[in-house]
Design a protein around this ligand. Structure first.
Ligand SMILES: [Fe+2]
Length: 217
């Protein structure tokens, strides 16, 4: 919680791109509707503007020639039992560029604009897999916050909710204190990267739907 409040304070000043728990910024849900899965999320609806009509299980987030170190992340999304692959789940990711900034893509407004131009969508196939190719994000300039990629999931029958950010185990900014702040939403987001032959980095992260997600039902 603290991490997201801090990110909200920083991000919405100018670094932007942050997602924040709606409990801090949005009114309580209407009576009879129940609390949103995940406790709400200010900015997660920024996943919808620009979303392609047809999604594949893999995508390219960074355009050709994007400055930065190539990075490929992949994994399997599982149902809450942690064993059954979850099909038809949309995974949306957005991140900073090699300057540590969410520089906006022209034509977008609101939360989608704050997410910057490095954003992408996947939809898991029958085996629950996802994969995206991007560049390694840089940390925010002049801030001691680890480099990260924001993920948001949208299950077919639930509202969208954020999960723990992708973080990188070799990041010197990922201190024990930062590790302790992680909520484990969807499981741990800390990825151990390996060098990929030919250059760049590769890593895996599996995601468990509902894990440490408030109001999950
Ligand atoms: Fe961020």
């Amino acid at each position: 919680m603290f991490r997201f409040l801090l990110l909200f304070a920083l991000g919405c000043i100018g670094l932007t791109g942050c997602a924040a728990p709606a409990s801090s910024v949005l009114p309580a849900p209407a009576p009879g509707k129940g609390a949103p899965v995940g406790g709400g999320c200010d900015g997660c609806d920024g996943m919808y503007p620009g979303m392609p009509g047809q999604l594949k299980w893999e995508t390219d987030v960074a355009p050709p020639g994007e400055p930065g170190e190539p990075l490929e992340l992949s994994g399997t999304i599982y149902l809450a039992d942690g064993r059954t692959p979850a099909a038809g789940v949309i995974l949306y990711v957005y991140q900073t560029n090699a300057k540590g900034l969410y520089e906006p893509r022209p034509g977008l407004t609101g939360a989608a604009r704050r997410h910057g131009y490095l954003r992408g969508w996947m939809k898991t196939d029958a085996t629950g897999r996802y994969r995206f190719r991007t560049i390694r994000p840089a940390p925010y300039p002049n801030a001691a916050i680890p480099a990260h990629i924001h993920p948001v999931v949208k299950e077919p029958d639930k509202n969208e909710y954020y999960i723990d950010e992708f973080l990188f185990a070799d990041d010197p900014l990922l201190t024990p204190g930062e590790r302790a702040k992680q909520e484990g939403r969807g499981g741990s987001g800390i990825v151990t990267l390996a060098r990929r032959p030919g250059g760049g980095w590769v890593g895996t992260r599996d995601i468990v739907l509902g894990r440490n997600i408030p109001n999950y039902r």
